[in-house]
Design a protein around this ligand. Structure first.
Ligand code: GSH
Length: 90
């Protein structure tokens, strides 16, 4: 099992619901690869609101990516996993 714990994960937060299968797909990947992402459960009102305002739609999982003052909201579980894999590769 590989780990990307050496990769800078600051500025990343995963908006999710624990019972959502697509979220579980991402959190399983994280667990298997030692990716210690900050999780934000949209059952908490402030996280749902941030997702709706920032991302533009109520869909989880969504990865909030803040890099050098720029914020991007990445939807789709497979795209999120690909993004995390690319971090590992670089
Ligand atoms: N194709 C998307 C599907 C995501 C999806 O359908 N998410 C559902 C939860 S399982 C959702 O956000 N529903 C609205 C909600 O939970 O409020 C993915 O792979 O991430």
């Amino acid at each position: 099992m590989s780990t990307i714990s050496a990769v800078d994960l600051s500025g990343l937060a995963l908006y999710m619901r624990p019972s959502c299968p697509y979220c579980i797909r991402v959190t399983d990947y994280c667990r298997e690869h030692g990716v210690d992402l900050e999780l934000r459960n949209i059952a908490e009102g402030q996280h749902l609101e941030a997702l709706m305002v920032g991302g533009g739609k109520r869909q989880v999982p969504c990865l909030r990516i803040e890099r050098q003052g720029q914020v991007r909201w990445l939807y789709e579980s497979l795209d999120i996993i690909a993004y995390l894999q690319a971090l590992h590769a670089n």
